[in-house]
Design a protein around this ligand. Structure first.
Ligand SMILES: Nc1ncnc2c1ncn2[C@@H]1O[C@H](COP(=O)(O)OP(=O)(O)O)[C@@H](O)[C@H]1O
Ligand SMILES: [Mg+2]
Length: 377
């Protein structure tokens, strides 16, 4: 058996492909450690997202690469995950502790934006990510109800402690105001409230903060989008033309503020008849897909119209938690993974995105620099 060196192995592993990120381990700088112990080679690989579906393929790629050097070694591959921060388009602001804020937006109300936000958040947490959900819908904060938590949050050390449910942290603008006041909110007031919200909530460290924006593309939404340093936006829509025309407005709004669009989630996409099992496309077919293609954004997923989704929302138990293996549960899970993948792809594309740095210090080999000097990590 030949004596292998770490350098030899490192070099051999560099071209192994990650089939999910569609890049090599070398490009991703995914190999964190190589240990050689008599006849065993141990490789530690860091992935940039949870729920990564390509581990087996990477493992066999690594095993083959080592076998080409010397077939006598056992190869042991271990995985860890570190979600990287994409960084917002504005390069400033940022919510303390939050790596990636993801806005869920819609051109109009009632398309299931909150339902999508809740289920995506829970699905990401189920895969292992640290997730928060911020209900910023000043016109109709509904997320506490959808998660069955409607108690006022507590203060600790002058900071607001988010509630927790289904493995995610939760804050709602609804906690701060009586519901009958919600309608009178205007841009400047929202901005003021958001400042408090964004800086005073103790999120801890979050891989993702899902933000349920108010429906529409007006002044209030724009203010919020600019305030929150958004890593990516998800547009929720239904398949029919009217809703899609509104979705396009949503896409335009994010393009205007240069926030990357992670993709479209088409909700109420089809209906599986519970008695005959047939698939009905009640609100027309393929609208989300066409819109995604036309605007060159991915279609992250299609969610069925399903009584269980409505009921589970009403009783505060999101379908992705109550029935994860149902068609709806799986559809949300897939959409969540697609969104996380899009974000990870963005993050590895530009790991050292230029930002304001008052005291430029060379970034450590595999750490992202702080996105802003004001950002607590
Ligand atoms: N895919 C779906 N199937 C069945 N009902 C749904 C679906 N998506 C949302 N709903 C229901 O539609 C209503 C509106 O959804 P909601 O998420 O509150 O919309 P929005 O936040 O866009 O106003 C809610 O009662 C919700 O339970
Ligand atoms: Mg809503």
């Amino acid at each position: 058996m030949a004596e292998l060196t770490q350098e030899q192995i490192q070099e051999a592993l560099a071209p192994v492909r990650d089939p999910v990120l569609e890049q090599t381990l070398g490009q991703l700088r995914a190999v964190k450690k190589i240990e050689i112990d008599r006849s065993t080679v141990r490789v530690d690989i860091e992935l940039p997202l949870y729920g990564h579906q390509g581990r087996d393929e990477i493992t066999s790629g690594v095993q083959q690469a080592v076998a080409v050097l010397d077939a006598g070694y056992d190869v042991d591959v271990r995985y860890s995950v570190r979600v990287r921060a994409v960084g917002g388009p504005l390069g400033k602001g940022g919510i303390p502790g939050v790596k990636n804020a993801i806005a869920v937006a819609s051109g109009k109300g009632g398309v299931g934006k909150s339902t999508v936000a809740v289920n995506l958040a829970v699905a990401l947490a189920q895969d292992g990510a640290a997730v928060g959900l911020l209900d910023a819908d000043v016109y109709g904060p509904s997320i506490p109800l959808m998660l069955g938590t409607n108690t006022k949050p507590m203060m600790k050390d002058n900071r607001i402690v988010p509630l927790e449910a289904f493995g995610i942290k939760l804050m709602s603008i609804g906690f701060l105001l009586p519901s009958d006041r919600a309608l009178i909110w205007r841009g400047p007031l929202v901005a003021q409230l958001m400042n408090q919200f964004l800086n005073e909530v103790d999120w801890g460290t979050l891989d993702y903060l899902i933000v349920d924006l108010p429906p529409g593309t007006g002044d209030v939404q724009l203010t919020l989008v600019q305030k929150i340093q958004i890593a990516g936006a998800i547009i929720a829509t239904t398949p029919q033309d009217v809703a899609l025309a509104d979705a396009v407005k949503g896409i335009k709004m994010f393009e205007e503020v240069k926030a990357p669009i992670l993709g479209i989630v088409e909700n109420m996409s089809y209906f599986i008849c519970p008695s005959c099992g047939e698939r009905h496309e009640i609100f027309s077919h393929g609208g989300g897909e066409r819109t995604a293609e036309r605007h060159d954004v991915p279609l992250l997923g299609t969610i069925p119209l399903d009584t269980a989704i409505r009921v589970s929302g009403d009783i505060g138990h999101p379908v992705v938690a109550s029935d994860p293996d149902s068609a709806s549960g799986r559809a949300f899970k897939m959409a969540a993974r697609s969104a996380a993948l899009r974000l990870a792809t963005e993050a590895v594309k530009r790991p050292f995105r230029p930002s304001i740095q008052l005291n430029p210090k060379p970034p450590e080999e595999d750490e992202n620099p702080p996105l802003s000097p004001f950002r607590r990590r």
